[in-house]
Design a protein. Structure first.
Length: 273
């Protein structure tokens, strides 16, 4: 199968050389095939969101490489990656222009990666297309295209952000805990929509989630991160067999190992003090 994303020996340290130094990524290597839907799990500080930010270009990494669709994007700034990468953030109020209408936000998404110029606004035929695309959300928003996005609920806005991010089929879709700020009922609806859009366009997707149930139910691969490294990688039949209790047991195992490692390190330190 064709490789879409190739990450090799990626390292990132924040606040290097200070007492607040944090090694967020430690030689992370990961290859994702075209059309694969990968869920990334991990405790707080495990490096999962840092990995997504590194791929998106939010910051440049210290070392390693990122290759997307055969092109090295390691040193490319975020805005240059935007034409290939779609992204939905955890905060429902990120990723859109709140003062602009639903139609205007969608029109900008439709022009992503293309040359822009001055025009006469949104022609009738364009509005008709936008209305049809928004109708699939099943939220009645097709009748509110002139409403500023900032006036919508978090769930409505997150659903639209998902539509915007996938409007022009991106090479890679990044979902950064995009249901974490929503109530359970709304989160369930957004997840249903997420799965529908990804399947429809066969989008290569990297989704960070705090929900083990989502990881078990969605996608074809689960990656578990801890202390800036990929500790487990499940795919195929192995992934299909996984249940939430299995993931909980693995997390407990990682925590116990961390406690043992810390205890050993403290003993060694005391020995030489």
């Amino acid at each position: 199968m064709k490789k879409m994303l190739e990450i090799s020996n990626l390292c990132k340290t924040f606040n290097a050389g200070t007492i607040n130094e944090v090694m967020s990524l430690r030689n992370v290597s990961l290859t994702i095939e075209e059309g694969s839907f990968v869920c990334v799990l991990g405790t707080n500080g495990s490096g999962k969101s840092t990995l997504l930010n590194a791929v998106a270009g939010t910051f440049l990494t210290d070392s390693g490489s990122i290759v997307l669709k055969g092109k090295d994007i390691t040193r490319r700034p975020e805005y240059q990656r935007a034409s290939q990468i779609g992204r939905v953030f955890q905060n429902p109020f990120s990723g859109t222009a709140p003062g602009m209408s639903i139609a205007e936000n969608l029109a900008l998404a439709a022009r992503r990666g293309r040359k822009r110029g001055l025009g006469w606004g949104l022609p009738v035929q364009v509005l008709s297309e936008l209305r049809n695309r928004v109708k699939v959300l099943n939220m009645g928003l097709e009748e509110r295209l002139e409403t500023p996005i900032g006036k919508l609920s978090g769930g409505q806005r997150q659903a639209l952000t998902l539509l915007i991010s996938s409007w022009i089929k991106p090479d890679l879709l990044l979902l950064d805990e995009h249901t974490a700020a929503l109530d359970p009922k709304t989160a369930s609806k957004v997840i249903e929509l997420t799965e529908k859009i990804i399947k429809k366009d066969n989008l290569t997707t990297l989704m960070v989630t705090h929900s083990m149930q989502q990881a078990v139910n969605l996608g074809d691969r689960i990656i578990m991160m801890h202390q800036g490294q990929i500790k487990y990688d499940f795919k195929g039949e192995e992934k299909k067999r996984l249940k939430v209790p299995d993931l909980l047991a693995l997390f407990d195992e990682l925590r116990r190992k961390e406690q043992i490692d810390n205890a050993v390190a403290e003993l060694l330190l005391n020995e030489y003090v």
